[in-house]
Design a protein around this ligand. Structure first.
Ligand code: LLP
Length: 434
């Protein structure tokens, strides 16, 4: 829950406003974003890493959640922004973010997309493959620009997280194999077109166990050290991936502790290699946006199922896998609470499901809810700030919810609710734009 969430007379308030009032104004399903929480997390992460490392660079990974205001908030807190598509780049540009502090990721950027980014004056491009290196060299030399870039390395480390969230073991698509890096770096250095800022790796997401990070740092620092005699390599970008709490079972380390162990592991690796510390860059997304979001749903239908191991109450809400597909995709666990009233009823075993035509359309797989949970109740699912709105779809022609910022007792629409008319407008058979 965002730190600002608390109950007044049974009704939960977020950012100083009651969910009743917020729902009366904005409807359901509703994604609330606590501005103070998001900005506070950005600030705290930056402070934690700055306390233990010399002038670290912190990028916010926009893929977690990106709106114009979110981009402005994190940059106002001194962070850069990472984008990973032409659309995310267009958004930060339109929001007026200084592109010198933007990094551009992606494992399949086209030459046309690279041309747009280079012409726009983007700070760094993270090159993900040999082919992209050729493309970027061509584009930058045509533009007459010395383009800042990093080389993304597949370090061959297995992060302990869901398979789809692990991004640096051998058998996945991101980065160049660590063994290929020296030859590619030699090519980058052979001419003046690209400015190699440093190496990059990102081992995965929602990680609690630091062992994967430490193993990756050892390999990255060894590679970094082996390349130093050939030319400057000022930075080392070690990605994001810090886990957050979705349910009470999750117990993430405080960010200050993570920063301290990062610094210690990197320093030890540099000492072993006999080199000075490079400037470290990180790219957290989830740990900034995730806990700042809460999704509010209206309960529609209740079904009580008698199962072999007891009763399970199916609580259907007016959203589902279209606004939060994380359970379907990764088996992600969430929790939920009735927030529009308090109840003394005994808790029952419940499952929160959506309105979609799939039995896997589960938002919260297992949760204890008051036995008198009823149609009309408002249900809140916390920690939905990251990878929910950004992963949302229009499955079953379902319009996506709005994103509404709350702060100091006021609310403000960041992204308006999609309408069914928005969806119909794309259908050329209805006279929409072809
Ligand atoms: N940097 C790179 C290169 C990344 O690929 C990612 C996430 C991040 C940084 C930020 O990682 P974070 O700090 O947010 O863990 N849809 C999945 C998560 C996919 C993450 C992809 N890359 C989910 O809902 O769990």
């Amino acid at each position: 829950w965002p730190a600002s969430a608390h109950r007044v007379d049974g009704v939960v308030h977020v950012g100083g406003t009651s969910v009743d009032a917020l729902v009366a104004e904005h409807g359901t399903p509703l994604m609330l974003l606590d501005e103070g929480e998001l900005r506070g997390r950005a600030r705290r992460i930056r402070a934690a890493f700055s306390a233990v490392l010399d002038d670290p660079i912190v990028y916010y990974a926009g893929k977690a959640l990106l709106t114009a205001d979110v981009a402005r908030w994190v940059t106002a807190e001194g962070l850069g922004v990472d984008v990973c598509s032409a659309g995310e780049l267009a958004l930060v540009r339109a929001a007026g973010v200084d592109l010198a502090h933007v990094g551009y990721h992606g494992s399949n950027k086209s030459e046309a997309e690279l041309r747009v980014a280079v012409a726009a004056g983007i700070g760094t491009i993270v090159v993900d493959s040999e082919l992209e290196l050729e493309r970027l060299t061509r584009v930058a030399s045509e533009a007459g620009v010395r383009q800042g870039m990093r080389l993304r390395i597949n370090v061959g480390v297995h992060a302990s997280t869901h398979e789809f969230l692990a991004t640096s073991h051998e058998d996945q698509k991101f980065g160049v194999p660590i063994a290929d890096a020296p030859a590619l770096v030699a090519r980058i250095r052979a001419d003046d077109v690209l400015e190699l800022r440093g190496l990059h790796t990102h081992i995965g997401s929602q990680i609690f166990d630091g062992a994967g990070f430490a193993a990756a740092f050892d390999r990255m620092v060894a590679l970094h050290a082996s390349l130093l005699p050939g030319g400057p390599l000022p930075e080392l970008n070690v990605g994001g991936g810090f886990g957050i709490a979705y349910t009470e079972a999750d117990d993430p380390q405080p960010i200050e502790q993570i920063a301290a162990s990062f610094a210690e592991a990197l320093r030890a690796a540099c000492e072993r290699e006999g080199i000075g510390m490079p400037r470290v860059a990180i790219e957290p997304g989830r740990s900034i946006a995730g806990p700042a979001g809460v999704t509010i749903y209206r309960v529609g239908t209740i079904k009580r199922m008698e199962l072999a191991d007891g009763e399970r109450v199916y609580v259907s809400v007016d959203g589902g896998m279209s606004d939060n597909p994380r359970h379907v995709l990764y088996g992600a666990q969430y929790t939920a609470r009735v927030v529009s009233r308090s109840s003394d009823a005994d808790a029952v075993r419940a499952r929160v499901v959506g309105l979609h035509c799939e039995s896997g359309d589960i938002v919260v797989d297992e949760v204890r809810l008051p036995g008198d949970v009823a149609p009309g109740d408002l249900l809140a699912v916390p920690a939905t700030g990251a990878y929910c709105a950004s992963l949302a779809s229009n499955y079953n022609m379902t319009p996506r919810p709005p994103i509404v910022a709350v702060a100091d007792g006021a609310s403000r629409v960041l992204v308006r609710r999609e309408t069914i008319d928005d969806l119909l407008a794309r259908d050329a058979g209805l006279g929409g734009t072809a």
